[in-house]
Design a protein around this ligand. Structure first.
Ligand SMILES: [Zn+2]
Length: 263
């Protein structure tokens, strides 16, 4: 395990492509884990991918939210987007006032947030764009590009890949096993992959992955390294690491909140 942890870590430089797992938890999280949020940055550009419960406060350890170039929401489940509600308050009445933040997400995101919060006026803080059906890309500037691809989960859900300077990081979002994720992740330096059920079988009909699935996807994609995330708290994480490692054959580790990993 120690050898894998060493193989996962690369020198993190300010300008190079890196990911900070801000929150790594799932729909209900282990004590101390926030839900889904990944801060990806390169060349002075930063994008927050997902903003689940508990991540708005942790994100501020890394960046003032108004300095983000974009927020990308992979799908409408609350563990991936609910903290947009506190971010909105910050952006309208707090230190972010006066800045409009681009938010790329599934169609219906704004209506969902307005319905739950009971407030209108979401366009004061955010400039919403729908992620294109099937897939597409978002140019973040300075050579940083985010590609997204629809994967099977709550329709529509998009896995994402961020590229800069020949390096790449891919995030699975939540999904059932599929052909699109390994295709999107092809040759990436780092695959960050959900493993909701650890080493246990995924119950029939639930569109999620376990650690063996994550390892198989990393192997099929030819990913350089694999970081596991989004595991329900009751599952054995060491057993999950073993399952992922045997399916992948490359370096595997659990993502740790707040610990940057270079591409
Ligand atoms: Zn989730």
């Amino acid at each position: 395990m120690a050898a894998d942890a060493q193989a996962i870590s690369r020198h993190v430089s300010a300008a190079g492509l890196q990911i900070v797992p801000v929150g790594v938890g799932s729909a209900y999280s282990a004590p101390g884990e926030a839900q889904s949020c990944y801060l990806v940055s390169a060349a002075g550009r930063s994008v927050a991918i997902d903003l689940g419960s508990g991540t708005m406060n942790l994100l501020q350890r890394r960046i003032a939210p108004e300095d983000l170039d974009a927020v990308v929401i992979t799908h409408l489940h609350p563990d991936h987007c609910v903290d947009l509600m506190s971010l909105r308050v910050y952006m309208v009445w707090g230190p972010g006032a006066g800045t409009v933040l681009p938010v790329h997400g599934p169609p219906g995101l704004r209506d969902r947030l307005a319905a739950f919060s009971g407030s209108e006026g979401w366009d004061t803080a955010f400039a919403f764009s729908d992620l294109e059906a099937g897939g597409g890309e978002v140019d973040l500037g300075d050579g940083v590009v985010l590609r997204h691809r629809e994967v099977p989960h709550l329709p529509p859900t998009h896995a994402v890949r961020v590229e800069h300077g020949g390096r790449s990081i891919c995030f699975s979002a939540d999904c059932a096993p599929n052909e699109d994720l390994p295709d999107l992740a092809r040759g990436c330096d780092l695959l960050v992959c959900e493993s909701s059920f650890g080493a246990e079988p995924v119950p029939d009909g639930l569109p999620h992955l376990n650690a063996r699935d994550a390892g198989e996807i990393a192997a099929r994609a030819g990913a350089g390294r694999l970081l596991l995330v989004h595991c329900s708290p009751e599952f054995d994480r060491d057993a999950a690491l073993d399952a992922a490692r045997s399916a992948f054959g490359g370096p595997v580790a659990w993502a740790r909140q707040g610990e940057a990993v270079a591409a």
